[in-house]
Design a binder for this molecule. Structure first.
Ligand code: GLY
Length: 578
C-alpha cells in the first residue's frame, strides 16, 4: 500500500513511501526534531560542496546508480572544491552492491614512484626536511583518483563514463561562482599557492588578485583534461597528452614520477575490514588505510562497557574513548603500512580477545600517560583537507568515498597545461622512524618509503549494516589523523546513542592520537566535563578546535534516507534525488 506525502516538523517527504516504512520513518523523524536532515525515499548525495552534490543527485535522476553518482560527484568536486577534490590525488571508495549483497573496498591511494627511496626527505644532518616532504615536486605520489573513479564506473556503474564526466567538464569550462568558502580558502593560502606559476594562473586573477565570492572562476585546462579522460578513459590521464604534461614537468623540475609509473598505476580491490558492534556490522577501509583496523579495534574495546548508561559526552564516556584511542594509535605507529609490502596483523588487531586485554589495562578513574603506552600486540599543524562524500540509490546501492590531495591544495604545485594540483601524499610515509609527519603521526618500518608502495592513510570511508544485513549508514570525514576517531564517534552517535543523522553530525567531538598526549576537543563540552577530565589526569588542548566534516546518509534499512551535511564546513550540501 502506498501513502502520499508525509509532512512532519516542516519537512516534506516529496515522494511516496510504503506504510511499513512509515512507523520507522516517524521514529527517525522523532529523533531528528531539533536537527533537520534532508529526506528522500529514492536517492541522495551528501558532499562537502553543494554544486557537486547536485551533480550526483542529477545523475541519480537520470537513472544512474550510487556508483555513477559517486563518480560524477568525484569528478565535479575536482572542479568545485580544488583544495581537496582532485584528479592529482588519491583515495578510497567503499561500495555496497545491493543485488549481490557484497561490499568491496577500492584502493586508489597514491603510490611512491619507482625512483623514490627510503631517505629521500632527509637532509645532510639526517633530519627530515619537512618543506621537501610537503611542498616540493618530490612530495607527490603517482595519482590514483582517475584510475579509482574509472575502475568503479566501468565495473559497477550503469551509465557511460561520458555521461558522468560531462557535468564536471561543463562546470570547469563554463565556470563556477566562487563560494565564500572557496574565496576564503584561496585567499588565506595565496602566499604559498602563488609561488607556483601554474597554480597562480589557475586560481587567482590575471593580476594575482584574489577572487571575490560571487565572481566566476573558469578552469579551461582542467576542462580539456577532463575531456581527454571522457574520450579515452584512464589512458586519457595515464598516457597521451596528460601524462606527457605531468612527466615534462617532473623532468624539468626534479620530480620523480615517470611515464612508466603513470602507465603502471592500478586501482586495487581489497576486502573491507568488518567488525561486529553489538548486533550491527561496521565495515571500513582496510590497509593501506589504518581507518578500518583501528575503528574496529576501538569499537571492540568500547563494546565492553555500557556507554549509554554513562551518557553521551560525559567525562566517564570521553575517558573511555580517549583511553581506547590512545592504545589504537600506539599500535598504528608500529603495525600499519601498505599490506603489499608489510604483513599488517589485521586479524590480531581486530580480535575481540585483544580488545578485552587492552580494556583490562584501562583504569576507569585515571588517565594513562602516553609515554607509558607502547604498541601493545604484538598535532595537527596544517589544515586537513581531505574530503568525504556518500551516495545512495533507490536500489540500495551505497558508496562511501574519501579522497584527498593530503594538505589543502596538496603540494600547491599544478601541472602546467593540465589544470590540476598535485598531491603531497609522500608526507604520509614515515620519512624517518619516530619523526612526526604533518599530522603529528609517527611511524616506522611498516610505513617507510619504498618504490611502488602506498603511504599509510587514516581515511575511513565506512558503511554500517543492521542485524539483517541491510546498509543503514554511510559516513566518513576529512581531518588527517583525526578521521578515524571522528568516524567512530559518528558510528557511536547513531548506533549507541540513537541520534538522528543531523544531530549525530552536529554533536561535539573529541580526538586523541597517543602522541602528542593531549585531547583535542570541540566547543560544546561543559566546563564541568572538562574539569572532571582534568581531575582524572587528562591533558586537554588550551582551547577547543574543529574536528572533521562528516557527510553522511542514514536509513533504518527501509529505503527512506536521511542525509546531513556537516555545517563545520561552509558550502557543503545534502541533496535528494530530484
Ligand atoms: N592524507 C591524509 C590521510 O590519508 O590520512
Amino acid at each position: 500500500m502506498i501513502k502520499p506525502i508525509l509532512r512532519i516538523t516542516g519537512l516534506v517527504l516529496a515522494t511516496f513511501i510504503s506504510v511499513p516504512a512509515v512507523a520507522q520513518t516517524k521514529a527517525l523523524l522523532d529523533s531528528n526534531t531539533r536537527f533537520h536532515p534532508v529526506i528522500s525515499s529514492t536517492g541522495m548525495v551528501v558532499s562537502q560542496e553543494i554544486l557537486a552534490s547536485q551533480v550526483g543527485a542529477d545523475i541519480l535522476a537520470k537513472g544512474g546508480n550510487a556508483i555513477d553518482a559517486a563518480v560524477a560527484t568525484g569528478f565535479a568536486l575536482a572542479v568545485t572544491l580544488p583544495r581537496a577534490g582532485n584528479l592529482g590525488g588519491g583515495g578510497f571508495m567503499m561500495v555496497h552492491l545491493a543485488e549481490e549483497n557484497k561490499t568491496i573496498a577500492i584502493d586508489y591511494r597514491e603510490m611512491a614512484p619507482a625512483d623514490a627511496f627510503k631517505d629521500m626527505f632527509l637532509n645532510t644532518e639526517g633530519d627530515v626536511d619537512n618543506l621537501k616532504a610537503r611542498f616540493s615536486i618530490q612530495s607527490s605520489g603517482v595519482p590514483g583518483t582517475v584510475a579509482g573513479l574509472i575502475h568503479a564506473q566501468e565495473n559497477y556503474g550503469k551509465l557511460s563514463l561520458k555521461q558522468v564526466i560531462r557535468p564536471a567538464i561543463n562546470l570547469a569550462r563554463n565556470g563556477i561562482p566562487v563560494s565564500i568558502s572557496l574565496a576564503e580558502s584561496l585567499a588565506s593560502r595565496s602566499g604559498r599557492l602563488q609561488k607556483d606559476a601554474a597554480t597562480k594562473k589557475y586560481f587567482f586573477k590575471e593580476d594575482g588578485a584574489d577572487y571575490e565570492a560571487g565572481e566566476v572562476i573558469r578552469q579551461r585546462d582542467l576542462a580539456a583534461t577532463l575531456g581527454r579522460i571522457s574520450a579515452k578513459g584512464a589512458p586519457g590521464f595515464y598516457q597521451g597528452k596528460t601524462a606527457a604534461l605531468i612527466v615534462d614537468q617532473m623532468e624539468s623540475t626534479g620530480g620523480l614520477i615517470s611515464l612508466a609509473d603513470l602507465k603502471g598505476y592500478k586501482a586495487i580491490e581489497r576486502t573491507p575490514v568488518c567488525g561486529d558492534y553489538r548486533d550491527n556490522k561496521v565495515c571500513a577501509m582496510p590497509p593501506p588505510s589504518s581507518g578500518g583496523v583501528h575503528m574496529v579495534q576501538m569499537l571492540n574495546i568500547l563494546e565492553g562497557w555500557d556507554l549509554q548508561a554513562l551518557g553521551h559526552n560525559s567525562a566517564d564516556y570521553i575517558h573511555r574513548l580517549v583511553e581506547s584511542m590512545r592504545r589504537a594509535y600506539a599500535d598504528r605507529s608500529l603495525y600499519l603500512g601498505d599490506p603489499d609490502f608489510f604483513p599488517v596483523p589485521v586479524a590480531q588487531l581486530t580480535d575481540k580477545k585483544y580488545a578485552a586485554a587492552l580494556r583490562q589495562q584501562i583504569d576507569l578513574d585515571h588517565a594513562s600517560r602516553s609515554e607509558d603506552i607502547r604498541p601493545g600486540l604484538v598535532d595537527t599543524a596544517e589544515s586537513t583537507e581531505t574530503t568525504h562524500y556518500s551516495t545512495w540509490d533507490q536500489w540500495g546501492n551505497v558508496v562511501s568515498n574519501t579522497y584527498t590531495l593530503n594538505f589543502s591544495y596538496g603540494s600547491g604545485i599544478s601541472v602546467a597545461g593540465a589544470g590540476f594540483l598535485l598531491n603531497n601524499e609522500m608526507d604520509d610515509f614515515s620519512a624517518k622512524p619516530g619523526s612526526p609527519n604533518g599530522y603529528g603521526l609517527v611511524g616506522g618500518i611498516a610505513n617507510s618509503i619504498q618504490p611502488g608502495k602506498r603511504p599509510l592513510s587514516s581515511m575511513t570511508p565506512a558503511i554500517v549494516f543492521n542485524p539483517e544485513g541491510a546498509p543503514i549508514l554511510a559516513t566518513g570525514s576529512p581531518g588527517g589523523s583525526t578521521i578515524i576517531t571522528v568516524v567512530m564517534q559518528m558510528v557511536l552517535n547513531v548506533l549507541e546513542f540513537d541520534m538522528g543523522i543531523a544531530e549525530a553530525t552536529a554533536a561535539s567531538r573529541i580526538h586523541h592520537q597517543w602522541l602528542p598526549d593531549n585531547i583535542f576537543y570541540e566547543s560544546g563540552l561543559s566546563a564541568d566535563t572538562l574539569r572532571l577530565m582534568r581531575e582524572m589526569g587528562h591533558i586537554l588542548n588550551d582551547k577547543p578546535g574543529r574536528l572533521g566534516a562528516a557527510e553522511s546518509i542514514h536509513s533504518k534499512g527501509d529505503g527512506v534516507l536521511f542525509g546531513a551535511e556537516d555545517q563545520r564546513r561552509h558550502g557543503s550540501g545534502a541533496v535528494a534525488q530530484p
